[in-house]
Design a protein around this ligand. Structure first.
Ligand code: CP
Length: 334
């Protein structure tokens, strides 16, 4: 494996191998596996879990890491091609990214969607332009429409909890004060479909996931024996659900239109998960969320603190899942 950018780049068996490696590393640590190796990471957007779990995971494998957050103690980086750089951005990613990558053995990039042009974001234009300048093993730390590290950890979590492969997985839109990117919903939908689950996307009108994201998930489901559907009907979606995965995202009807999005979401006050959502779900239905989550906006305290919630389990699994990725990319490499 040379790059970890999208679970869809891997065969299902390769994902299962990564999950087995993650479990093995958890049970039988290899504190020297990556001795002498360096992971470099650039974060154009904030992080708690991704940053800390990669640094901790790299250290647990005997390697080391550095993190750059452009503009915080470093030059601000320009990413627009053809930009006339007479503003506050002193360096272009076309120099900055390959320079950073040249210092390490593997490199990771976090660069969220711009959120103004859906086609631009769906094409991963910004991430791909930077990725093209990196000639080292590369990891997607969350891009415009993907978060494969989160997806891998969530798959691991469901396996450990015994969530049936053909269980019903509901990915639901939930409230947030402002539009958030499509990366986690897109990656989560694809992951659950690839796992072979019966996936329902539950979302209000105006928040349908783009066709390209739905089609990608349907292809994964067709290959794994799962299914993908979507609805605005909460009761129908939650009937028999084994997982409710809550996520916030921006209106696709008003993509890049902050005012239009704001008006629409202001009418969606009842899209906060509480125990009533589980009335006709499987009695053991789990509540999942990638974090960070806004308490009593996206989900009520009693769900987040209750027995259904596995959010801390998911967050912890980021580390072993990523250790497997690092091991695959770097162990025994010259
Ligand atoms: N879930 C996730 O990626 O968390 P961070 O944004 O804190 O890294």
């Amino acid at each position: 494996m040379k790059r970890f950018l999208d679970l869809a780049d891997l065969e299902r068996d390769a994902v299962l191998d990564l999950l087995a490696l993650a479990a093995r590393l958890q049970k039988h640590p290899e504190p020297q596996a990556l001795a002498g190796k360096i992971l470099g990471m650039v974060f154009f957007n904030p992080s708690l879990r991704t940053l800390a779990s990669f640094q901790a995971g790299m250290a647990r494998l005997g390697g080391t890491s550095f993190v750059v957050t452009p503009g915080q103690g470093t030059w601000k980086l320009e990413h627009r091609l053809g930009a006339i750089m007479d503003g506050d951005r002193a360096e272009h990613v076309r120099e900055g990214i390959p320079v950073l990558a040249s210092y390490c053995d593997a490199f990771g990039i976090r660069a969220f969607a711009e959120g103004t042009d859906l086609a631009f974001d769906l094409a991963e234009t910004q991430f791909n332009a930077m990725a093209a300048t990196v000639n080292k093993p590369l990891i997607n730390l969350e891009s415009a429409v993907n978060h494969p590290c989160q997806a891998l950890a969530d798959w691991k979590t469901m396996d450990e909890l015994g969530v049936p492969q053909r269980g019903k997985f509901v990915l639901s839109w939930v409230k947030h004060p402002r539009p958030l990117p499509l990366a986690v919903p897109a990656a989560t939908l694809h992951m659950a479909a690839m796992r072979g689950m019966d996936v329902t996307v539950l979302r209000p009108d105006g928040f349908a996931l783009p066709d390209a994201i739905m089609e990608k998930a349907r292809r994964a489901a067709a290959a794994s024996g799962g299914s993908v559907s979507e609805t605005t009907d909460r009761a129908a979606a939650m009937k028999g659900a084994t997982v409710l995965y809550a996520k916030e995202w921006g209106s696709t009807r008003f993509y890049g239109d902050v005012e239009g999005d704001s008006t629409l979401r202001s009418q969606l006050g009842d899209w906060q998960v509480d125990e009533r959502w589980f009335a006709n779900a499987d009695q053991d239905c789990r509540f999942m969320h990638c974090l960070p989550v806004r308490r009593n906006v996206a989900v009520a305290d009693h769900v987040l603190d209750g027995p259904r919630s596995v959010v801390l389990h998911e967050a912890h699994n980021r580390m072993p899942a990523q250790m497997a990725v690092l091991h695959r990319l770097l162990a025994n490499s010259n």
